[in-house]
Design a protein around this ligand. Structure first.
Ligand code: PLP
Length: 379
């Protein structure tokens, strides 16, 4: 029953994703399988030989993520990793060779510049362009791989995945989309034409701020075989406990996403009324510069809102005054977090820029806390 479900809604899909066929006296979701090796007499054939190659707990999780990222698309494959960065690295380092060119966003997750350095040391040409305005189109000629992050973190710009994918494919380039911020319930990159959907499952996908995870879903068997080989070589594998917790958490993905994203919109609407807030971005706000493109390709707009306060000092006072929101990095968890992004360096953002991740608190409580903290932080 797991593959062909009687219901087709996102909530139904999330609670049933990846479940095995029912077996009398077995649990609905089998517990984590802790195994470095498996009984393997005779020829070493799969599916389960050695713990770095395969694990039954990963298999169910990979099936679950695949059912969300690419429902009804036969022939796709999903592989899970120890973190989002492990998943991203697996695509870049398995698909690119010395002499190739790759296009990255210049406003994406702040570890991308680290990747750039590593790729260049391996003789790969790295080109960058902003996410907004589909500017990556201008540097595509001759590239082997286009890397898209939409919405981008932390600026929340959006690009037209379908348009970029068509242009990249016309030039013979592969296309990967970082789907971390949207989650598969917010956006399905493979349906928009991408070859790979890649994400950090550390964020809203698992949503409790207690595990790191990454995944790659791809449509091309040969390309995915290279990604699988990279996982085996790098050994960047999730532990079975993390994989099981992730699968368990996906059952509530739809509930969390609905609540968090609705509150994010309510928060954005409240912030829009405040004169001390500038540079407000939320792709779900009708007047947001990204809304038109986002509305075409996204099914939900995410739980992250970003905005700028007058200065570093004002932003720090605001963060300190919040009672329901942890001053912490990362995003997507059930408890709201916010941070002054400039404290890390690396992102091209003003000193007073705040990235706010909306959790599952009561919307009225959260918005009231934010408005009170804004009052308290006024100069
Ligand atoms: N991609 C995006 C958009 C991210 O925001 C992050 C982490 O913040 C990553 C990838 C990396 O994920 P992880 O921390 O799980 O390695």
């Amino acid at each position: 029953m797991s593959g062909t479900m009687p219901g087709d809604g996102d909530g139904t899909r999330a609670v049933r994703a990846g479940l095995p066929e029912p077996v009398k006296h077995e649990p609905t979701l089998p517990g984590p399988v802790f195994a470095a090796h498996y009984h393997l007499p005779g020829d070493p054939t799969g599916p389960y030989t050695y713990g770095r190659d395969e694990n039954p707990t990963w298999t169910l999780l990979e099936r679950a993520i695949g059912e969300l990222e690419a429902p009804g698309q036969d022939g796709t494959e999903t592989l899970v990793f120890a973190s989002g960065m492990a998943a991203i690295s697996s695509v870049l380092f398995s698909q690119l060779r010395s002499g190739d060119a790759v296009v990255l966003p210049d406003d994406g997750y702040q570890a991308l510049p680290l990747l750039r350095t590593q790729l260049e040391e391996y003789g790969i040409e790295v080109r960058t362009a902003p996410t907004g305005g589909d500017a990556q189109l201008d540097v595509l000629d001759g590239a082997r791989l286009l890397w898209i992050e939409t919405p981008s973190n932390p600026g929340l710009d959006v690009c037209d995945v379908r348009r970029l994918a068509e242009a990249a494919h016309a030039r013979g380039a592969l296309v990967a989309v970082d789907n971390t911020l949207a989650t598969p319930l917010g956006q399905r990159p493979l349906e928009l034409g991408a070859d790979f959907a890649v994400a950090s499952g550390t964020k809203q996908l698992t949503g409790h701020g207690d595990i790191l995870l990454g995944y790659v879903t791809g449509r091309d068997a040969q390309a995915m075989a290279a990604v699988r080989r990279w996982r085996k070589i790098a050994g960047a594998i999730p532990g079975p406990m993390e994989a099981w917790l992730a699968h368990r958490s996906i059952a509530t993905l739809h509930l969390r996403v609905e609540r968090q994203n609705a509150t994010a919109l309510a928060l954005a609407r409240a912030l829009r009324e405040r004169p001390e807030v500038t540079g407000l971005r939320y792709p779900g706000l009708p007047e947001d510069p990204a809304h038109k493109v986002a509305a075409r390709q996204m099914r939900r707009y995410g739980c992250v809102v970003s905005f700028t306060l007058a200065s570093r000092e004002v932003a720090d006072r605001f963060l300190a005054a919040l009672r329901l929101v942890d001053d912490a990095t990362s995003f997507g968890g059930v408890r709201s977090t916010a941070e002054r992004r400039g404290r890390w360096g690396g992102d091209a953002v003003p000193e007073g820029f705040v990235r706010f991740s909306v959790g599952c608190e009561d919307p009225d409580d959260l918005v009231a806390d934010v408005l009170r903290a804004l009052d308290a932080s006024a100069t």
